[in-house]
Design a protein around this ligand. Structure first.
Ligand code: BES
Ligand code: MN
Ligand code: ZN
Length: 492
């Protein structure tokens, strides 16, 4: 969808979205429109008990064209996140009405006020996020199934500032949509090798992309990761994406690490059939890392960052890893594999150790659809995260608040950690049933060393079966916005 910003004056073509304050108070241009249609808007508000409450909507057909009235409440709660909710909701309300162009007039504050341009940019950003579709495998779409809406015009006085803010946000939206594409792809299409090829496209943005195959990983001693991929006919891969945007190109990078299990059958500890197709999005953590790298490079972030993703397919097979196997990780620590379905932590163990020792990053943040237990704990509302560093933890919490991507800190600790001790190896890959998300995090912590580290268990966040204002159902792209904000607010 095309986004444009224009100076405030009544546009000649296209549908109108008009902000209305509590008490049915139209904004100045709205009053003009109402007069031009003989008070039809005022009458419609009365008839529909529309008052202008926060995010309340009413669509009115007028001789001048379609009008959507949008509630602004008392105007006090309008901030960036308010604008995002509005932008996404407006897109959804008008996407298929037949209108191809809409003009949005929403700001009740004086045009000189700072922040208006930024809010307009966030509104446009949200509309783009909501406009996302994954329909490449639909061959029988009719015209009516497709959105009619092609262009959104936002009316603001400070058009230059709005365009500037939107340019960065557009790169972030592209990153989110890339993540959603990756997460939505079926597992026969997206497997480690084809996934690595998709990552190579980031080179066009100036990202350096390096791919390790099984031969290299064997040499490095990555027995934990390789054991997981052992039952698959697809070769396991690690992809390292590097964006050098800092003025000192040798400055230590920030490191983002992702679980990329392109399909998780559970392996020999086979999962039940019902819902197993969901495990195509068990690469969601890596998808967020790729989308983030796209966002950072797309907006030319002044930072050095690397994304390192471990790509494997977890399959049952004559050659698959068995419960009871003992594998040796790159760190030298041995792991008794009690359950082959606890595979994500085995992949991350080697990727974390590799990243920490090879790149000596400022911090490591890993993302993984790691445990069903995390979904039991926090549902699909907040992402549970674990940290060995309070400062980094606080920054994650702040970025979550700023972007509306909710997070909640979970505990680590020796009492949990020791539950992973094994009788015959340095550790086992699962603890007892209770606190499963926590013992999984404790497992990862054993491979992190002294690097400041955060683990985000996005099992509940990567996929949604319900539309929300900025996230259509399907792959969410969760975390790209949050991590981009973390970088922008603290490391550029
Ligand atoms: N990929 C799953 C976790 C998962 C489940 C993510 C549902 C999203 C939705 C992970 O590999 C897994 O199978 N975890 C097991 C761990 C258990 C064997 C200790 C789980 O959560 O049941
Ligand atoms: Mn599993
Ligand atoms: Zn998994």
């Amino acid at each position: 969808m095309k986004i444009t910003f224009q100076k405030l004056s009544l546009p000649k073509t296209g549908a109108l979205v008009l902000g209305v304050m509590s008490g049915c108070k139209l904004l100045p241009l709205g009053v003009e429109v109402d007069a031009a249609v003989d008070g039809l808007l005022t009458q419609a508000m009365k008839d529909a008990r529309f008052d202008g409450d926060d995010h309340q909507t009413l669509s009115v057909a007028t001789p001048r064209g379609a009008v959507l009235l949008y509630g602004l409440g008392d105007g006090e709660s309008i901030d960036e996140l308010w604008a995002e909710k509005a932008g996404g909701s407006i897109f959804a309300a008008l996407a298929k009405t037949g209108a191809s162009k809409i003009n949005v007039i929403f700001e009740p504050h004086a045009s000189a006020e700072e922040g208006i341009a930024l809010r307009a940019a966030h509104m446009a950003f949200a509309a783009q996020l909501r406009a996302y579709r994954f329909d490449k495998y639909k061959t029988q779409l009719k015209n009516d199934d497709l959105p009619s809406l092609q262009q959104m015009v936002l009316l603001v006085d400070k058009t230059a500032a709005a365009r500037r803010a939107f340019a960065s946000l557009e790169a972030v939206a592209e990153g989110v949509c890339l993540t959603r594409d990756l997460v939505s792809e079926p597992p026969n299409v997206l497997y480690p090798e084809s996934y690595a090829k998709r990552c190579a496209a980031l080179k066009e943005l100036g990202v350096k992309v390096e791919v390790l195959g099984e031969k290299e990983m064997k040499k490095l001693g990555m027995g934990a990761l390789l054991g997981v991929g052992q039952g698959s006919v697809r070769e396991s891969k690690i992809v390292v994406m590097r964006w050098n945007g800092a003025s000192n190109s040798r400055a230590k990078p920030l490191a983002f690490i992702g679980k990329g299990v392109t399909f998780d059958t559970g392996g020999i500890s086979l999962k039940p059939a019902g819902g197993m197709e969901d495990m195509k999005w068990d690469m969601g953590g890596s998808g967020t890392v790729v989308g983030l790298m796209h966002a950072l490079a797309g907006r030319k972030a002044k930072v050095n960052a690397i994304g390192v993703i471990g790509l494997v397919e977890n399959m049952p097979d004559g050659n698959a890893q068995r419960p009871g196997d003992v594998v040796t990780s790159m760190s030298g620590q041995t792991i008794e594999v009690i359950n082959t379905d606890a595979e994500g932590r085995l992949v991350l163990a080697d990727v974390l150790h590799y990243t920490a020792t090879k790149y000596k990053p400022v911090f490591m943040i890993d993302l993984a659809t790691l445990t069903g237990a995390m979904m039991v704990s926090l549902g699909q509302v907040n992402c549970g995260y674990f940290a060995n560093d309070d400062d980094l933890s606080d920054k994650i919490a702040a970025a979550g608040k700023a972007t509306g991507e909710g997070v909640w800190r979970m505990p680590l600790g020796a009492e949990y950690n020791k539950q992973l001790d094994s009788d015959i190896a340095d550790m086992k890959n699962v603890g007892p049933r209770w606190g499963g998300a926590i013992t999984a995090a404790c497992f990862l912590e054993r491979f992190v060393g002294k690097t400041p580290w955060v683990h985000m268990d996005i099992a509940g966040m990567a996929w949604t079966s319900k539309d929300s204002p900025t996230v259509p159902k399907g792959g969410t792209g969760w975390g790209v916005r949050l991590l981009n904000r973390l970088v922008a607010d603290n490391y550029e």
